[in-house]
Design a protein around this ligand. Structure first.
Ligand SMILES: Nc1ncnc2c1ncn2[C@@H]1O[C@H](COP(=O)(O)OP(=O)(O)O)[C@@H](O)[C@H]1O
Ligand SMILES: O=P(O)(O)O[C@H]1O[C@H](CO)[C@@H](O[C@H]2O[C@H](CO)[C@@H](O)[C@H](O)[C@H]2O)[C@H](O)[C@H]1O
Length: 454
């Protein structure tokens, strides 16, 4: 029976040594995980917020990490970030779980046991799906499902090995479960937005069929199960394949523009945001983001005056389309093509921004700019870089967008340039922090936008 468990021996008084042992292991392990946002600094504090025995041998933990010290360039993990962990506990670890090993617990009721990341364990992954198939509670956890969907049992799980901000399990090539790693209070937009779009009849997103959440310490979404598109390829893979083969990508780009506009139009009615327009797209907000980024990424500093001009040019120029809910982190890796259809996934927004900001109404131009930047990224993956390829994709994408949205992003030159600049600044911070080798990609765009104006 699932229950909330204590890792402290019964009747123990004084310092919580078993917990200290667990905390020590996790503090060392967390910064080595791809999905951990603060990998540039050691974990200096770790508090266990909740512990639930999900099934025998599998603990569900919410932990809060603190990181003292000075961040590396671009490293700005928020203080007190909360992470979700599923920990397997076994006396002996089978060789296939070696890469999931966290450490051996030294004291307390679990003394001597091997601790490991249970998402790597097919048995735990299968039991997690079983929990979702039978909605109910486990301590503070709530498992819920769309009553209209009947989930089959016995689907073989596999953990995706792609570079991800979260962890995803694919079940029998039929469903994919995203287990959120960093947890913030409130509904996660990756449940909220696809759910609202599906309810609206928008077929561009895989609709959530089951999910789980916690009620403590504060209500938050923990994971979402959606149909898996088995024959789909992501836009980034397809674009690189086209570039390598010397193939044109304009048909795909045009249809991607149409898909983006379809999602924007559906979102505008699915989640009305009248009166909640945020000002993240104002000159002041973009300039503040630029200045904060330049403090983290010294390479940006020489371009700050030129980029400020790009933002300043916004004032009194193009009329901004109404703010609404958007994707927030749209790029070629967030779109899947199955047959001739584009699907949009991962509505969490830019991972480093606070949830409230990611859920606020923003300019749809931001998404358009994100995808245009992505064509530039793809074109720079090969030498010599292919600016004409990116330019043709850009034209086709905007034409496709205009076909559905009724307005053409190319006609809003100053606006588009400001949003592309804002996005490239975000990318510079992202690359400095996660993939320093890639920093020259956004920096090339920043130089072009700052010096030559677009
Ligand atoms: N519904 C789906 N069908 C097929 N593949 C998917 C689906 N959802 C996600 N994926 C695959 O999983 C990868 C990671 O998903 P994503 O939502 O972007 O996770 P993260 O937020 O952790 O980066 C995607 O790049 C894609 O390859
Ligand atoms: O997919 P995520 O939500 O994890 O998004 C983050 O990582 C992306 C990289 O994986 C990053 O995207 C940047 O690199 C892409 C190529 O790898 C490129 O297509 C994008 O245009 C570029 O922004 C994204 O910014 C970040 O939020």
């Amino acid at each position: 029976m699932p229950k909330t468990v204590s890792l402290r021996p019964r009747g123990a008084a004084g310092p919580d040594r078993p917990m200290a042992s667990l905390v020590g292991l996790l503090s060392e392990w967390l910064p080595r995980q791809r999905w951990f946002a603060g990998r540039d600094r050691p974990v200096t504090d770790l508090a266990v917020l909740s512990t639930t025995e999900l099934f025998p041998g599998c603990l569900h933990l919410l932990v809060e990490t603190g990181q003292g010290g000075v961040p590396a360039p671009g490293g700005t993990p928020p203080a007190g970030a909360c992470y979700q962990l599923l920990l397997g506990v076994r006396k002996h670890l089978a060789p296939h779980l070696d890469r999931a090993f966290i450490g051996r617990v030294r004291e307390g009721p679990l003394a001597g046991a091997a601790l490991y990341d249970a998402l790597h364990d097919p048995r735990s992954a299968a039991l997690l799906l079983e929990r979702l198939r039978r909605p109910g509670a486990a301590g503070p956890l709530r498992f819920e499902a769309d009553p209209a969907v009947s989930l089959p049992g016995g689907l073989a799980p596999r953990l995706l090995t792609a570079e991800q901000s979260n962890s995803s399990l694919v079940y029998g090539d039929a469903y994919i479960l995203k287990v959120f790693r960093r947890v913030e209070p409130g509904i996660n937009p990756d449940l909220e937005v696809p759910g609202a779009l599906a309810a609206q009849g928008c077929a561009r997103v895989p609709a959530p069929v089951a999910w789980f959440r916690t009620t403590e310490p504060r209500p938050a979404t923990l994971g979402v199960l959606q149909p898996f598109l088995p024959d789909a390829a992501d836009g980034w893979t397809l674009a690189l394949r086209a570039l390598a083969a010397g193939d044109d990508f304009t048909t795909q780009a045009y249809e991607l523009g149409q898909a983006t506009a379809d999602v924007h139009l559906a979102l505008g009615t699915a989640i009305p945001s009248a009166g909640s327009g945020e000002n993240g797209h104002t000159v002041a907000a973009m300039t503040a983001r630029l200045e904060a980024a330049a403090r983290c990424v010294p390479a940006l500093a020489p371009f700050v005056p030129g980029l400020r001009t790009a933002f300043g040019a916004l004032d009194g120029h193009d009329a901004e389309p109404p703010a609404q809910r958007i994707h927030g982190d749209l790029h070629l890796g967030q779109v899947l093509r199955a047959g001739r259809d584009w699907f949009v996934i991962d509505f969490e927004g830019e991972p480093s921004r606070p949830l409230a900001e990611r859920r606020s109404a923003q300019s749809p131009v931001r998404d358009v700019a994100g995808m245009l930047r992505s064509f530039d990224y793809a074109a720079r993956q090969r030498r010599p870089w292919r600016p004409q390829w990116a330019h043709r994709c850009r034209e086709a994408y905007c034409a496709g967008y205009a076909d559905r949205a009724g307005w053409d992003p190319r006609h809003k030159h100053a606006l588009l340039r400001a949003h592309e600049t804002d996005r490239a600044v975000y990318e510079a911070v992202y690359e400095a922090r996660h993939r320093p080798d890639w920093l020259p990609v956004p920096m090339a765009a920043i130089e072009r936008l700052a010096v030559r104006g677009g």
